[in-house]
Design a protein around this ligand. Structure first.
Ligand code: G3H
Length: 542
């Protein structure tokens, strides 16, 4: 019988039970890193990588040993920054001065090389962070699609910039230029996708990049290092691994990072920003914490609201920055909604990421089940209850989703980002309570509204759009489609990402302008006709 949220049972396999197609070998390649175009093997101290998946053996369950990665020191970080600065060449290097069409060709050369290691990367995503096999595959495919869309968007942008403008007696050409060296740091929940949605636009705009994988989700980058080395000039892409303070601190304090693309906690983002000696020169693109609320209005379609809230709160165990992390429920619906929500939740399958239809899987963060249990424990002390069967059961790295009701906004569970399968439900009487909560929240990413009354919805929409950056109607919160802007207010984000916005974020407008005299026009014409410049050019990319 399958293990579900309602009926906990043994979930972890013996090695012999793991299907051959999803078994994984110890990843020796994890000890490699990329600097100055070379994939080097690290012989220094390493960090062992344990999967969140436990395997039964010798009478006990242990986290499966997946591989190891380098614990680099300040010296290697400084080598990486040196390599990146050399490739950027103060803006005069081959890469930043290369034509857009040629840079696109490099990225196009990378894509089939990336595709070639799909199975390896997908398997590593699954084993390293416990993401289900279909979701791990989706993360990979969505990333490749994002790269393809980025190329299309850049061609569009370049076509618009390939013409001259005449304005108030000036002739000018305006294009976007790179910014310098970009440090990209993605999160563990989308270790590939959210690293690449900054890394690829940063690269294609002509910047040199250093990337540091998150604490969990490191090995999956190993199969891609050779693809980077073969597709880009030396020093354009470099990797660093290890403890953040040891390897990232020196990068920031060197003052030689021009753009920080970081997805993680506001606390770490703030430390990194302040480490830069000239913060005025540092451009930041940050994706930080969120506490997205679902608001269930009195006339909501309950089937739809339950379905979307459940998906929003539990997909990938609630470990999405866009997850629904608190539900405001109109008191008149409390019994009905809670019963239906718990019923649907109870049927979710708990198990290993490769099992068909699995929804709840092991958590990668060390000590996370206990941390969640403490959070729920505090809420219980404050008068709430876990209202679903077996909610909060812990089995090693698995935490059975807990629904906490009635939660109050002053509880810690309603204030911090739980980033896990715990759903506090707050009953409310008047919509103003929710609007006030949104306005006072330190976070401002998204909200989901469930209801049908146009007047009531409009009132909330009109205040909510000034508190968050996306209002979802009768739908869960989410980032996609990737062409939509993805951002947040307050402590939730800095800068906007989407396929086209990211190209802007990692570049700056630069122009060549001249008084439109015959003398200047002749010179500009000669430059263009003689194809002397890669910037001043009317070349049209097809
Ligand atoms: O973790 C944050 C992700 O950007 C969320 O993306 O809504 O597509 O899962 P998603």
């Amino acid at each position: 019988m399958a293990t579900t949220v309602n009926s906990p049972g043994p979930v972890f396999p013996r090695t012999a039970d793991i299907p051959g197609s999803v078994r994984i070998d110890y990843c020796e390649a994890g000890a490699r890193y990329l600097i100055e175009g070379q994939v080097r093997t690290w012989t220094g101290p390493c960090q062992e990588v344990l999967s969140p998946i436990c395997v039964a053996g010798a009478g006990r369950l242990t986290q499966y040993k997946l591989g190891h990665y380098p614990l680099m020191t300040e010296a290697e970080s400084l080598q990486a920054i040196e390599a990146a600065r050399k490739a950027y060449g103060k803006g005069c290097g081959d890469w930043p001065t290369m034509s857009v069409a040629d840079r696109i060709r490099h990225v196009e050369a990378f894509m089939p090389r990336m595709q070639a290691v799909r199975d390896e990367v997908v398997k590593l995503i699954m084993w390293e962070i416990g993401k289900s096999l279909p979701d791990a595959a989706k993360e990979f495919d969505r990333t490749l699609e994002y790269i393809a869309d980025t190329i299309v968007a850049l061609k569009d942008l370049d076509r618009t910039s390939s013409r001259f403008v005449l304005e108030q007696g000036f002739v000018a050409q305006v294009r976007r230029s790179p910014l310098g060296v970009v440090l990209c740091m993605g999160p563990y929940n989308y270790p590939l996708n959210e690293t690449f949605t900054t890394l690829i636009p940063a690269l294609i705009m002509g910047n040199a990049v250093i990337f540091k994988p998150p604490k969990y989700g490191v090995l999956l980058h190993a199969p891609l290092l050779q693809a980077f080395a073969e597709s880009f000039p030396p020093g354009v892409v470099n990797t660093v691994y290890g403890d953040g303070p040891v390897v990232v601190g020196p990068l920031m304090t060197s003052g030689r990072i021009d753009v920080l693309a970081f997805i993680g906690s506001a606390k770490v983002a703030s430390i990194l920003k302040h480490q830069h000696p000239r913060p005025n020169r540092l451009r930041c693109v940050l994706g930080l914490e969120a506490k997205n609320a679902a608001v269930v209005l009195p006339d909501a379609d309950l089937d739809l609201a339950v379905k979307e809230c459940l998906l929003g709160a539990t997909s990938y165990n609630g470990q999405r920055c866009t997850a629904i992390k608190i539900i405001f429920l109109h008191r008149s619906l409390a019994d009905d909604f809670c019963a239906r929500f718990c019923d649907a939740l109870g049927k979710l399958r708990v198990g290993m990421p490769w099992e068909e239809g699995v929804a709840i899987t092991p958590l990668p963060e060390e000590g996370k089940p206990k941390w969640l249990a403490d959070l729920v424990g505090e809420a219980i002390k404050g008068g709430a209850r876990v209202i679903n069967t077996a909610g909060g059961t812990i089995d090693h790295t698995v935490y059975y989703p807990a629904v906490v009701y009635p939660a109050r906004p002053d509880m810690r569970i309603c204030q911090v980002e739980q980033f896990g399968p715990v759903t506090p439900i707050v009953p409310y009487d008047d919509e103003q309570e929710v609007i006030d909560w949104l306005a006072d929240s330190p976070f401002g990413q998204q909200v989901s509204l469930f209801g049908a009354d146009p007047q009531q919805l409009s009132e909330i929409i009109d205040s909510a759009v000034n508190q968050v950056c996306r209002v979802n109607l009768n739908s869960q919160c989410q980032r996609g489609p990737d062409k939509f802007p993805f951002t947040g207010r307050k402590d939730s984000a800095e800068g906007t990402l989407s396929v086209s916005d990211a190209l802007r974020v990692f570049s700056i407008r630069s122009l060549v302008a001249a008084k439109a005299t015959e003398y200047n026009e002749q010179i500009v014409s000669k430059i263009v006709i003689g194809r002397h410049s890669r910037f001043l050019s009317t070349d049209f990319i097809f």
